[in-house]
Design a protein around this ligand. Structure first.
Ligand SMILES: NC(=O)c1ccc[n+]([C@@H]2O[C@H](COP(=O)([O-])OP(=O)(O)OC[C@H]3O[C@@H](n4cnc5c(N)ncnc54)[C@H](O)[C@@H]3O)[C@@H](O)[C@H]2O)c1
Ligand SMILES: O=C(O)C[C@H](O)C(=O)O
Length: 395
C-alpha cells in the first residue's frame, strides 16, 4: 500500500527525541516519511474554546461534573496518558475527527490508521501544537502498531450512503471491514473502548460483539454504537423550534441509528415549557429520523454527514475519556448491549465510568406517541441485529 510497500522493513521507530519534537520514521531509509510531532507545553493549547464547547455539550443527556473537577482532570500535571486510535482516519469523517481529537487535551497519543492517505493526514495534524503525539499508519501490516496500547478506538471506516440508499445497503461492504478491524482490536488492544461509527450501526455493533466473543475478549461495557449525531440533531432542531440556545438543550434519543429506529424523546427535552404542539413534535421527530438523509441528499452523491459526525464523534470520545479518567456523572446516549427492552442491543442514556458503561439507564416516562414509536421500531431493529450476528458467525 502506498509508500509503505516501497520501504525495506516498515517498522516505526523513535529516531530522535528533543524537548519539542518526536520524530517517528523508518531507520536506515532516506525515503521514509518522518512525522514531526510537536510537544508544546499545555499552556500553549489553543483548544480552550473548543474544549469548553465540548465540555458543555458532552452531556448529551446530562452531565453534572463540577467545574473544579473538570479543571483538575484537564490539567496537564494530573491528566493520565491516553491513546486514541482512529480507524478510517483519512476519510470524510476521519480527517475532521483526527483534528478534533488532536485538540482534545485528554489525548496523549493519537494514532491515525487508514488503508490509504494516512501519512499526509498525520503529518498535517501533527503540526498542531497541542499535547498529543501523532502517528500515522497505512495498510494492514501497520494496523497492529496503530492499535497497540490504545484506550479508545474510534471506527469511521467504510463506505457512506448515496441518495436513494438506506444504511442497510452499506452492509455488504462495511460488515466485512468492521469484522476485520474488530478482529485486530481483539488481538492488539482487547481492553480498549470501541466507538463504532461505521454504518449500519444497528448491525455493525452486533458484528463487533460476535467477533469479540469468538476471540474471548468481549466485554459488553466496552462496545458502543455512536448515536451522538442523532442527539446533536434533536437538540439543534428542538432549539430552533423552541427558540432557545442549542447548547442549553438536552434531548435523549433511544432505539437505534436508522430511520424509524431513531426515537427522540422530546417529552423529556429540557428546558421544559416550550409548549410545542403535537404536530410540531411529530415534525421534529421525523426531521431527526431523516437527518442523515437530509445531508445525503444535499451532498448529492458526495457522501453523508462528515463534519457534524466528526463533532458528534469527538463529543462521545471525549465523554469516554472522561469516564475512563474517573470524572463522575458522565451520561451520554449510546447503542449498547442492553436489557431495558427485549432487544439485545438498544440505544439509551448510559453512565460512563472507568470501565466503560457503568450503568444503562432506563427509558423514563414516555408520551403515548413515543410509546407507539418504540413498538414500531422493534421489528426493524431486531432484524438488523440478527443480520449482524448471522454475518459474523457465517463468514
Ligand atoms: N454513526 C453515525 O451517526 C454516522 C454518521 C455519518 C456517517 N457514518 C458512517 O461512517 C462511515 C464513514 O463515512 P465517511 O463519510 O467518512 O466515508 P469516507 O468514504 O469519506 O471515508 C471512509 C474511510 O474509510 C477508509 N477505509 C475503508 N476500508 C478500510 C479499512 N479496512 N480499514 C481502515 N480504513 C478503511 C477509506 O479509505 C476512507 O478513508 C460510513 O459507513 C457512514 O455511513 C455514521
Ligand atoms: O445518514 C447516513 O447515511 C450517515 C449517518 O448515519 C447519519 O446519520 O448522518
Amino acid at each position: 500500500m502506498g509508500y509503505t510497500s516501497r520501504l525495506p522493513r516498515p517498522r516505526l521507530t523513535t529516531l530522535k527525541w528533543s524537548s519539542q519534537t518526536l520524530i517517528y520514521g523508518y531507520p536506515n531509509s532516506r525515503k521514509s516519511l518522518p512525522f514531526y510531532i510537536p510537544r508544546g507545553p499545555a499552556s500553549q493549547n489553543p483548544f480552550t474554546v473548543l474544549e469548553s464547547a465540548l465540555r458543555r455539550s458532552s452531556s448529551t443527556c446530562t452531565s453534572s461534573s463540577s467545574s473544579h473537577l473538570v479543571r483538575r482532570f484537564y490539567s496537564s500535571e494530573t491528566t493520565p496518558e491516553r491513546k486514541v486510535t482512529v480507524l478510517g482516519a483519512a476519510g470524510g469523517i476521519g480527517q475532521p475527527l483526527a483534528l478534533l481529537m488532536k485538540l482534545n487535551p485528554l489525548v496523549s497519543r493519537l494514532a491515525l490508521y487508514d488503508i490509504a492517505g494516512t501519512p499526509g493526514v498525520a503529518a498535517d495534524v501533527s503540526h498542531i501544537n497541542t499535547r498529543s503525539e501523532v502517528s500515522g499508519y497505512m495498510g494492514e501490516e501497520q494496523l497492529g502498531h496503530a492499535l497497540e496500547g490504545s484506550d479508545v478506538v474510534i471506527i469511521p471506516a467504510g463506505v457512506p450512503r448515496k441518495p436513494g440508499m438506506t444504511r442497510d445497503d452499506l452492509f455488504n461492504i462495511n460488515a466485512g471491514i468492521v469484522k476485520s478491524l474488530c478482529t485486530a482490536i481483539a488481538k492488539y488492544c482487547p481492553n480498549a473502548l470501541v466507538n463504532m461509527i461505521s454504518n449500519p450501526v444497528n448491525s455493525t455493533v452486533p458484528i463487533a460483539a460476535e467477533v469479540f466473543k469468538k476471540a474471548g475478549t468481549y466485554d459488553e461495557k466496552k462496545l458502543f454504537g455512536v448515536t451522538t449525531l442523532d442527539v446533536v440533531r434533536a437538540k439543534t432542531f428542538f432549539a430552533g423550534k423552541a427558540k432557545v440556545s442549542p447548547s442549553e438543550v438536552n434531548v435523549p434519543v433511544v432505539g437505534g441509528h436508522a430511520g424509524i429506529t431513531i426515537l427522540p424523546l422530546f417529552s423529556q427535552a429540557t428546558p421544559k415549557g416550550s409548549n410545542l404542539s403535537d404536530e410540531e413534535i411529530v415534525a421534529l421527530t421525523k426531521r431527526t429520523q431523516d437527518g442523515g438523509t437530509e445531508v445525503v441528499e444535499a451532498k448529492a452523491g458526495k457522501g453523508s454527514a462528515t463534519l457534524s459526525m466528526a463533532y458528534a464523534g469527538a463529543v462521545f470520545a471525549d465523554a469516554c475519556l472522561k469516564g475512563l479518567n474517573g470524572v463522575p456523572d458522565i451520561v451520554e446516549c449510546s447503542y449498547v448491549q442492553s436489557t431495558i427492552t427485549e432487544l439485545p442491543f438498544f440505544a439509551s442514556k448510559v453512565r460512563l465510568g472507568k470501565n466503560g458503561v457503568e450503568e444503562v439507564l432506563g427509558l423514563g416516562p414516555l408520551s403515548d406517541y413515543e410509546k407507539e414509536g418504540l413498538e414500531r421500531l422493534k421489528s426493524e431493529l431486531k432484524s438488523s441485529i440478527e443480520k449482524g450476528i448471522k454475518f459474523a458467525n457465517q463468514n
